[in-house]
Design a protein around this ligand. Sequence first.
Ligand SMILES: *[C@@H]1O[C@H](CO)[C@@H](O)[C@H](O)[C@H]1NC(C)=O
Ligand SMILES: *[C@@H]1O[C@H](CO)[C@@H](O)[C@H](O)[C@H]1NC(C)=O
Ligand SMILES: *[C@@H]1O[C@H](CO)[C@@H](O)[C@H](O)[C@H]1NC(C)=O
Ligand SMILES: *[C@@H]1O[C@H](CO)[C@@H](O)[C@H](O)[C@H]1NC(C)=O
Length: 423
Amino acid sequence: MGYLPSSFLLIIVFIELCFHGSSITHWEDVQALKQFRNGVNSNSVGPGSCLASWDFSVDPCDSLSGEKFTCGFRCDAVVSGVSRITELTLDRAGYSGSLSSSWNLPYLQTLDLTSNYFTGSIPGAFSRLTRLQRLSLSGNLLNGSIPDSVGSLPNSLEELLLDNNNLQGPIPRSLNGLKNLKRLELQGNRLSGEFPELTQLSQLYFLDASNNAISGDLPSTFPSNLIELALRNNSLQGNIPANLLNNSVYLQVLDLSYNNLTGSLPPDLFTHPSLEQLTLAYNQFRWVLVPANWGQNSELIAVDLSNNDIHGFLPGFLGWMPKLSALSLENNKFSGMIPTQYALKAVAEEGQGGVAPFERLLLGGNYLFGLIPGPLLQLRSGSGVTIRLGDNCLYECPESFYFCGGGIQKSLMECKAFTPVIP
Ligand SMILES: *[C@@H]1O[C@H](CO)[C@@H](O)[C@H](O)[C@H]1NC(C)=O
Ligand SMILES: *[C@@H]1O[C@H](CO)[C@@H](O)[C@H](O)[C@H]1NC(C)=O
Ligand SMILES: *[C@@H]1O[C@H](CO)[C@@H](O)[C@H](O)[C@H]1NC(C)=O
Ligand SMILES: *[C@@H]1O[C@H](CO)[C@@H](O)[C@H](O)[C@H]1NC(C)=O
């Protein structure tokens, strides 16, 4: 070692002093760890598991590199020579028990207890977590309602993940106070009541509250920086307000399927500047309105309007949208003929004229009539294009065409009863 300059050695010694030994855990943090550990059922702590190595006869942060406290937290804030815990992560570890009610860890940035078996309710007292950025309690068995006090989590909070528990009651309006929230996941609970306005969450880009029992109308507008919004499988009703997405110009994914929404689809869904994926299947929508410029500037790639109650002719403009490659209109009440433009888009070559061809075109389960448009007849089953035309009123759709399978055509009687103009 003689050849190392002595200043370099001094730096190494300094680093050693900072990160190992010598720096003990702040008493508050030790206390909070003990309280958390006390809430965990000992019979869920298997030998060799992370919590089994926690032994409070030694100092937690001072023992991290030894055989005690081998995992579960980090101590990388040192304040006045005392270590502070910055992260507590015990995910997918099989622990059960209840969550400690006092979280006195003012330097904690991440609290992640994802996918365990914690029961009971979410503690109301998070106010001492003054630097928290990420809170995940996803995938446990927590019940009761989300306490209003989550709204007093600090402004540093960026991710709040409470999905896949048994939480019930309303989504607290106080969430609107978490001004720096970027990701909010509440899906897979039993949350009910109306969806609150969260328009103050100007940083929020991901919001999922699917698979709950949220009812009432949609809020009139959503946060302005959303990229992905899913409220699938709830009990939402009423129309989609015409200006719903006015504010959310960056939205790329909208999933409102499996609700009870009705009325017309607002045409601005098809003129939105960013929307790529629109999923509105399994609602009660009645009409599709033609957008101003036929959606020529739309970024939509996939549109699923299946299993609604949509009447009228197949919307011609959907065959002209430049990026659309997956369209499902199955199981509605569409009638009339299949637009030739749909067929041309299905047989088009990739990139021809800068327009994306259809890769999926699902039209089964409607009241379409007339002849199959000529261009489709060239398609063979190996073509890579998924097309379904079964269960309609087409004049002829022999099984020898692969796209005619998946349900024979409806009877002439059923067809005439629905559309008396069928020739
Ligand atoms: C939550 O679940 C526990 C059992 O784990 C039960 O005793 C308690 O009554 C439940 N609370 C609510 C509000 O449902
Ligand atoms: C809707 O949510 C319920 C309850 O969360 C779930 O049991 C059901 O499978 C979901 N249905 C769909 C179609 O996702
Ligand atoms: C949807 O509305 C119908 C009546 O309009 C009702 O029977 C049905 O239960 C509702 N479904 C849901 C999931 O709310
Ligand atoms: C919202 O959209 C409507 C048309 O859908 C438009 O007339 C209105 O000016 C827009 N408002 C804002 C604030 O962008």
